[in-house]
Design a binder for this molecule. Structure first.
Ligand SMILES: *Cc1c(COP(=O)(O)O)cnc(C)c1O
Length: 409
């Protein structure tokens, strides 16, 4: 995508606006598939929560991806675009037995992450095979907000409780058809990941009815210059070897699954916002843009770094700016950023705006959520309209208050 394409989109659809480049999603999918070409049965289930637009789900389906879902609503969106139930896995955390049963009734693969639900589900539905989510207690990455495999994490059944899983399986007669882990959002060290997978192999051996093993996700993509990213090719080589050996010993070709979200869509996303005001203070120059953490919360929520550039003036002299939002809160997107000289009215672009950006957007400050555009075969396609004032009010119920309020005079 050229700067001129982005500017044309901002012109036509207004700002702020999310733009997703389908070619990048396709190439990331292919890169991951190629890295595991040595595995007989590979299954990539796209993590819907990263970016849940129906057109993105359709694109994933056309690539042959299944879906990883965390709510029955995500399941329904997948079914709506024609993904078959058996290509959807439901990996919720802390949801009710009722919701899990409803999803199971749709024919979707269930993944259970605690012993209480496992026992209840197995007792009621011994004929529905389920996957179990194991917590191998391996720390991947350093940020506790996005590391979900460590000892204090709420996610998964502790690997030390495997004997208890085995007992539940024996007592209920249920079948375990898959074992799963998802260690966190940043795999920086392949060998740490391999260690965790070794733990999962040890668990897997104890179940006789397996059809698949799911190694979750956590593939890291570069957000800033010089960032290390997960070496997918090295991971592919190392894990494929171990997985194939495991299958030989197990006596069956299992499916190897992953659930990438960020890896598939992060870099495909560009978020465009317009500069409302350039404000010089005693210590810095602020560029105030027409968005805030209502539309892109990752910098404030996770201290994430998103590169920001000025697509209106890419050749301009570089100066230092703090880029801030228009919300009545401190909503700083970046401090002391070297950006080509900014004038009011310029369009700034945030990179890596595909994953956990729109999907975490809100209406805080009663602002509309932005439009979404899919850039596909050199053409901009609107895949979500910007909200309107009517959308904001749609579910509000205005009551008549006269009868309820009485003020003593
Ligand atoms: C969120 C999530 C993923 C996707 O993680 P990414 O870091 O976006 O790849 C995969 N599996 C499960 C169970 C998740 O909750």
């Amino acid at each position: 995508m050229e700067n001129s394409d982005l500017l044309a989109i901002a012109e036509q659809y207004g700002s702020p606006v999310y733009v997703y480049d389908s070619a990048k999603i396709v190439s990331q999918y292919q890169r991951l598939s190629n890295a595991f070409s040595g595995v007989k049965k590979l299954k990539l289930n796209y993590a819907v929560k990263a970016l849940s637009n129906l057109s993105i789900l359709k694109l994933m389906k056309s690539l042959g991806a299944g879906l990883d879902t965390v709510s029955i609503q995500e399941v329904r969106m997948g079914l709506k675009v024609g993904v078959t139930p058996k290509n959807i896995i439901f990996t919720p955390n802390g949801v009710s037995l009722e919701e899990i049963e409803e999803v199971a009734a749709l024919g979707v693969q269930i993944n259970i992450d605690n012993l209480s639900i496992l026992e209840q589900f197995g007792t009621k539905h011994p004929n529905i095979p389920v996957c179990v989510r194991i917590n191998p207690h391996i720390m991947a990455g350093g940020n506790s907000k996005i590391s979900v495999g460590h000892i204090d994490s709420k996610f998964g059944i502790s690997v030390h409780q495997t004997p208890h899983i085995v007992r539940i399986v024996e007592n209920t007669g249920m079948k375990i058809n898959g074992v799963h882990m998802h260690t966190g959002s940043d795999i920086l060290d392949i060998d740490v990941f391999i260690q965790a997978s070794q733990i999962l192999f040890d668990v897997a051996k104890q179940f006789k009815d397996l059809e698949f093993m799911d190694f979750g996700s956590g593939f890291k993509v570069p957000y800033k210059e010089g960032d290390i990213e997960t070496n997918i090719e090295e991971l592919g080589e190392k894990l494929t070897k171990r997985f194939n050996t495991f299958c030989e010993n197990y006596g069956k070709d299992l499916e190897l699954g992953f659930e990438p979200g960020k890896f598939l869509v992060s870099e495909a996303g560009h978020f465009l916002a317009k500069v409302n005001v350039v404000k010089q203070t005693t210590s810095t120059v602020f560029a105030g843009i027409d968005t805030g953490f209502n539309h892109l919360i990752r910098p404030m929520f996770y201290d994430s770094y998103h590169r920001i550039d000025n697509v209106s003036n890419p050749e301009g002299r570089e100066r230092f700016y703090s880029v801030v939002g228009y919300i009545c809160e401190t909503d700083t997107f970046g401090v002391n950023r070297r950006i080509n000289e900014i004038a009011e009215g310029d369009i700034l672009r945030f990179k890596n705006a595909g994953a956990y950006c729109f999907s975490m957007a809100s209406n805080y400050n009663s602002r509309f959520r932005p439009a979404e555009i899919l850039w596909h075969n050199g053409e901009a396609k609107l895949i979500r309209k910007r909200e309107t004032f009517e959308d904001l009010l749609a579910n509000q119920v205005e009551v008549s208050l006269e009868a309820m309020v009485s003020i003593d005079k």
